[in-house]
Design a protein around this ligand. Structure first.
Ligand code: NDP
Length: 237
């Protein structure tokens, strides 16, 4: 259990990795709010419908969280999308949609969350990136760029906000069984597993464990870090 229940906001908390993260915070006794466009989330979480690409919707979601749970002390910017295709086929819209959701919305969320954290003089921000942001991936120029951008953002925030006891870190998952990877064929999945030293996909719970550690008491001296949870796929990057 957390020593004091904290106000935690997890974007994309209705399914996949975000849901597992929200469940892990709930299990610790924290006050958890989840956002998504389609709604839903684990029992016990405040479920907010919010498209993070819409600045007004983000502002409204923060207001609701603050009224229900107090200022956000832990932000997990997890929501993300893909729009995969090779460079020459990638439209401006494919590019913008992914950058807007994965990178620009993360900036918007961190900026809004930092307001309350600066007043509290403490806070934890975690961005869910990807091994692909470090390794690159053919057919994912937009996605890889958005995920690499989170690293520069977290490290800059670490420098800007560290004096107020606010940490900013990145968790970089490898391949995890969720709706996002369900679109891959069995052949593609097997080919990926062969490249992973641990020879398997990760679970959402394994990603959640890194997030609760980073944002918990024992992660207090870690900031600007990129924590790989990828079965060894991205080693050295
Ligand atoms: P899913 O596709 O299962 O879930 C994506 C989540 O993001 C959903 O909750 C979705 O909710 C939400 N979301 C997407 N767009 C928006 C939006 N505009 N506004 C609000 N919420 C939005 O993905 P995963 O759980 O697999 O992925 C979670 C994170 O982990 C992502 O950032 C992803 O890039 C990253 N990741 C995933 C890996 C994997 O192998 N699965 C590997 C590495 C990183 P809704 O659709 O209802 O809006």
């Amino acid at each position: 259990m957390s020593p004091e229940p904290r106000s935690v906001l997890v974007t994309g908390g209705n399914r996949g990795i975000g849901r597992a993260i929200a469940e892990a915070f709930l299990a610790q006794g924290d006050k958890v709010a989840v956002t998504s466009r389609s709604g839903g989330g684990p029992d016990g979480a405040l479920d907010l419908t919010c498209d993070i690409t819409d600045p007004d919707a983000v502002e409204a979601a923060f207001t609701q969280v603050e009224e229900a749970h107090g200022p956000v002390e832990v932000l997990v910017a997890n929501a993300g999308v893909t729009a995969d295709t090779l460079l020459l086929r990638m439209s401006e819209d494919d590019w913008s949609r992914v950058i807007d959701t994965n990178l620009t919305a993360s900036f918007r969320l961190a900026k809004r969350a930092a307001k309350g954290m600066l007043r509290l003089r403490r806070g934890r921000i975690v961005f869910i990136s990807s091994v692909v942001g470090l390794l690159g991936s053919a057919g994912q120029v937009n996605y890889a760029a958005s995920k690499a951008g989170l690293v520069g953002m977290a490290r800059s925030l670490s420098r800007e906000l560290g004096s107020r006891s606010i940490t900013a870190n990145v968790v970089a998952p490898g391949f995890v069984d969720t709706d996002m990877t369900a679109v891959l064929s069995d052949d593609q999945k097997n080919a990926i597993k062969q490249q992973v030293p641990l020879q398997r996909y990760g679970t959402p719970e394994e990603i959640a464990a890194a997030v609760t550690w980073l944002t918990g008491e024992h992660g207090g001296y870690v900031t600007g870090a990129v924590i790989p949870v990828d079965g060894g796929l991205g080693m050295g990057h």
